[in-house]
Design a binder for this molecule. Sequence first.
Ligand code: SF4
Length: 458
Amino acid sequence: MYEFAVTPAVTQIRRRGVEIAEVLPGTIGAELELEPGDRIMRVNGRVVRDYLDFRFQSSGETELTMDVRKKSGEDWELNIERDESEDFGLSFEQIVPRQCANECLFCFCKGNPETARPSLFVRDEDVRLSFLYGNYTTLTSITEDEMRRVIEQRLTPQYVSVHATDLDVRAYLLGIEKDRADISGKMQRLMDAGIDIHAQVVLCPNINDGEVLRRTIEDLAALHPRVTSVAIVPLGLTRYLKDERLTPVTPEFCRQTIREVTTMQRELRVRLGKTFAFLGDEIYLKAGTAVPSRRHYGEYPQIEDGIGMVRSFANDFEKLVRRIKRRGAPAKSLFGTIMTGTLFAPVLSEMIQRFNDLHGTRLHVLPVENDYFGGDVSVAGLLTGGDFAAARNRVRGNFAIIPRVALKSDDAILLDGMRFEDLKAQFEVPLLAFDFASLSSLIESGSIEESIELTKAA
Ligand code: SF4
C-alpha cells in the first residue's frame, strides 16, 4: 500500500516543464522574481520533466541558463550565477506517478472498498518514486528512456518486486506473459551500471513459497552485492479481495516459513557476512514468535517496507526506559490509552505493562480492529477514522493516542478520507496522533498538557 508515499494525483496528463509550487523569500528564486505557477522548461538547454530533472541538471552548476514559462504565458530566459552551495529556494509540484500495466493476483487496488478515495486506486509503477520513497516497481514496463534516466541520474537504489525468479510463477502472479515477466536482462543492465537493488517478495501460500522461495532467495543472493537485500512480506487479504487462487496466510504457514528461511539466513550470513533475506515483522507476529535481534537487521535496509519496525520500536523503548531510570522517574501519573492495530497490540501491551509496573503510570494499550478493510488486515498503518471512532468507548483515562502512521504524511487525513479534526471531535478526551518520538516525550515529561501544546505548535 503506497498511499502515504505518493502524491494523490491520478491524472496521466503531463505538461511540459516542472511547475514551481513555492518560492522562499530572500533566495535566488525570489531575486529572479520566480513565482508559484511558473514552469521551468529547460536548464542549460536540457528539457526538464520534473523536479528530479531540475535537481540533476542544476546540481553543482554555478552558471546556468534557465528557460521559464511564466504563469502569464510569457517566456523568460534567465542567466544565473550562484555559489555552488546556494539553494534556489524553490519547491515544486509533486511527481505524477506512472502506472503499471500488470494484473497482479494480490494487487492492493482490488482489496479496496469501491467507495475508497481515488488515490487508493493509483497503481504506481515509477522508478522515480522507487528512488525517492522506496516504492516498489516490477520493472516489467520500464521504458528505454526510463532505463537510461535511472543510469544517467544515478537513481540508486531501486526497489524491485521480484516475487519469484521462476518465470512461470512470476508471470502467473503478475498476470502477464512470461517474456514480459522476465526482468533478468534489465536488472543486469542496472547492476552493471552501478545501480543497487533491494528486492521484494510478496509471499503467497502455495504459489511462491517453499522451493520457489528457496530458489528465489538463492538466485538473488547470487547477485549480491548489487542486489543488497530481499524483503519477504506476507500476502494481505482484505474482505474485498476474494480471488480463490489466493490462500490466506495462517500462523502455521508463518512458523513454517520462519523455519525454512532461518536456515537459509544462517548460511547466507556465513557466505555474505550479513543478513540478506529479511522476513516481514507480520510473519513473526502472526507466528507468535519474537522478532530477531538488532544485529539481525544491520542498517535496517528495508525499514521502508516495514521490516524491523518492531525491533526498532522495542529497542528505542528500552533506551527510553533506561534513560528514565537514570534520571529518576519523571513519569508522574499518566493515565491514558494508546490505540494500535491488533497485530502489534500484544507486543506493545507487554512493554507498556512493564513500564506501568515500574513507574506507577496507567497507560493502556487498546487493540483496534480493522473493519474498513476487514480480512486479515491488522497493521496500525491501515486503520481508518471509522475504525478508531468505533473503538472510542473503550478508551480509558484522560487522553487517547493513535499511531501517526495512520495519517497521510502531508495532511491530517485518514485512509477512509476522515479528517483528523473530525475524528477528534468524536472523542471525549484529547486525541493525539503520535510517532515514537512524541510518545517518548510524553512519557518522559509525564505531562499530557505539554504534549498537547507541542502538537499544536507543530
Ligand atoms: S504492480 Fe501489481 S500490485 Fe503493484 S500496482 Fe501493479 S497490479 Fe497492483
